[in-house]
Design a binder for this molecule. Structure first.
Ligand code: PEP
Ligand code: MG
Length: 579
């Protein structure tokens, strides 16, 4: 049994597919002079086969996710035509008289070594292209098979050291039943993605890729963060029973889909969805959301080699706007950085990426990119109820500069004679402690706040949200976090604006009681959690929730708050949360 960090709930039993674990060590074998041409032709065949594979993969991803997303493979195809690399391999085989697989693996290693010393992010990205393609060629030379995440044919549980945003993005439509990773925390992008894909996941297992072999049967319990490798019959049975129980709960929850998110004494809150991709819309609707509280647009920029142009973004935002009609859709402007790195920006490596040139800071420094996105949102705003939200606001000046950019974008559209909603509502994410502490001042300048606790917690407690080693310190219930949240809600209400939360904290049933009691107006979360939270809200009165929140705020530690709220939740809904 391995214990990790729960990332996305649900139980699955499946065959492990260990991703990215591959032995590139090939033994040298002497060859004779007359074997040389044979080795070279083997190499050429492998290059042709690799080319065909990449083209097929490119077509598949383009069909699943749109043509831009397949463009990343153009760079891979170019590697196959790299004369320097190919000639180095051929001339070394002729000279050293060793098998071509060995020579090729040595050349690959040399490239990796040379590139690893380069600081430039753009060139670093090129080595990952070379490595990707190199591994494919080597596999073909050795007659081995290894599929990428977009090429899986069987249903599997993916076991990986880590998954990059582009890995998780390409996983979108295939047969991944669950996934587990060695590194990462509860709110790292991999965990967020698992929730939005509704795939049970456990992260931060540290040694999963060492302990699990391809083909092993594993049970993933995403709610408790437990992974069981090669379970015996009794354990399998136990989890199957639990899986059934979960299914039963899902059915019970489906019954409240069309009922309002209202407390027993009539306080109504908005329940909205967080999305990463527009094609999550069906799931959002299926779970009865009141709208989209956070559209993470950075995924738009991933797995492609160019930047999305205004028209392309416009079409996507317009589609969202029309689908949701009067219901609000909050489009968060590009929140690049931290663990959401995007290669085409060629950003320099930073010592502390989470505190670096990212999100709104990057956008203000790159008005070309920022205003393209703003114009696209503004153009789409006439088709529905779109709102704009800025990430990582740290103070009023930054917010004012961002708002000025919106005004400039409006002027540009006006100049082009294009319609937009002049009164589009603008909100700020509150995810930096300085913003939370000055929320009274910020509240005068925006139409709403959305508290981004994923980041707020990491900045307030100085705990990297992606680091499994310190995950025990990442506490949403820490008294410092509760005080910041309370401060933001009160400041918002004093200025007559609504206050929501789009961090993962709002999707925890026990914490929902506390947040409700603190007066939060909107809860935005992965669609799969919406009905569970609605169920909690419908079971309690606002008066009781307020008292619980007050008592929680008087406690000294995150652990005490947690224990207290968990037991209140059990009292409230014993069938669902009792033992
Ligand atoms: C947050 O920080 O809470 C948030 C919702 O944004 P992200 O997780 O995308 O950083
Ligand atoms: Mg954030």
């Amino acid at each position: 049994m391995l214990k990790g960090i729960p990332a996305a709930p649900g139980i699955v039993v499946g065959k492990a597919f260990v991703f990215g674990k591959e032995d590139l060590d090939v033994a040298p074998i002497d060859i004779t002079e007359d074997q040389v041409p044979l080795e070279i032709s083997r190499f050429e065949d492998a290059l042709i086969q690799t080319r065909q594979e990449i083209i097929a993969l490119q077509k598949k991803i383009a069909a699943d996710m749109g043509s831009e997303h397949g463009e990343v493979f153009d760079a891979h195809l170019l590697v196959l035509e790299d004369r320097m690399l190919i000639e180095e391999v051929i001339s070394r085989v002729k000279k050293e008289k060793l098998n071509i697989d060995y020579i090729f693996s040595q050349v690959l290693k040399r490239y990796a070594h040379v590139f690893s010393k380069i600081e430039d992010e753009y060139l670093k990205e090129r080595i990952s292209d070379i490595n990707d393609v190199g591994r494919r060629i080597l596999r073909n030379l050795l007659g081995r098979m290894r599929k990428g995440l977009a090429e899986l044919e069987d249903e599997v549980v993916v076991v990986a050291h880590d998954l990059s945003p582009s890995d998780t993005a390409s996983m979108h439509k295939n047969r991944v039943k669950g996934f587990i990773t060695d590194i990462g925390g509860k709110t790292s992008h991999t965990a967020i993605m698992a929730k939005s894909l509704e795939i049970p996941a456990v992260v931060g297992l540290e040694i999963a890729t060492e302990q699990i072999k391809n083909g092993d049967i594993v049970i993933v319990d995403g709610a408790s963060g437990t992974v069981i490798v090669s379970p015996d019959a009794d354990t399998l049975k136990k989890y199957q029973v639990q899986e059934e129980k979960l299914k039963g709960q899902t059915e019970t929850l489906a019954a409240i889909r069309n009922l309002p998110a209202q407390t027993t004494d009539g306080r109504h809150v908005t329940l909205a969805a967080n999305i990463e991709f527009p094609d999550e819309i069906p799931s959002v609707l299926e779970h009865g959301a009141d709208g989209v509280g956070l559209y993470r647009t950075e995924y738009f920029y991933m797995n492609r080699k160019d930047l999305p142009v205004e028209d392309e973004q416009f079409e996507a935002y317009k589609n969202l706007a029309t689908t949701f009609g009067d219901k609000p859709v909050i489009v968060r402007t590009l929140d690049l950085g931290g663990d959401k790195f995007i290669s085409q920006f060629n950003l320099p490596k930073e010592m502390s990426p989470f505190m670096g040139w990212r999100a709104i800071r990057f956008c203000l420094g790159r008005p070309d990119i920022f205003k393209t996105q703003l114009r696209a949102i503004l153009r789409a705003s006439v088709f529905g109820n779109l709102k704009i939200m800025f990430p990582m606001i740290s103070g009023v000046e930054e917010l004012r500069r961002a708002k000025e950019m919106v005004e400039e974008a409006k002027k540009e559209l006006k100049g082009r004679g294009i319609a937009y909603n002049a009164g589009i509502e603008i909100g700020a994410m509150i995810e930096v402690p300085s913003a939370a502490l000055t929320s009274d001042v910020l509240a005068r300048e925006v139409g709403f706040f959305s508290i981004g606790t994923n980041d707020l917690i990491q900045y307030a407690l100085a705990v990297d949200r992606t680091n499994e080693k310190i995950a025990y310190l990442y506490e949403p219930t820490h008294p410092a976090v509760l005080r910041l949240v309370k401060n933001v809600v009160e400041a918002g209400h004093r200025a007559n604006i609504w206050v929501g939360m789009c961090g993962e904290m709002s999707s925890e049933p026990s914490l929902a009681i506390l947040l409700l009691g603190l007066g939060l107006d909107e809860f935005s979360m992965p669609s799969a959690s919406l009905l569970e939270i609605k169920n909690v809200i419908r079971a309690i009165s606002y008066e009781t929730a307020k008292k619980i929140a007050e008592e929680a705020l008087g406690l000294a530690t995150g652990q005490e708050v947690n224990t207290f709220l968990t037991s209140r939740l059990k009292d409230l809904l014993p069938q669902m949360y009792g033992n």
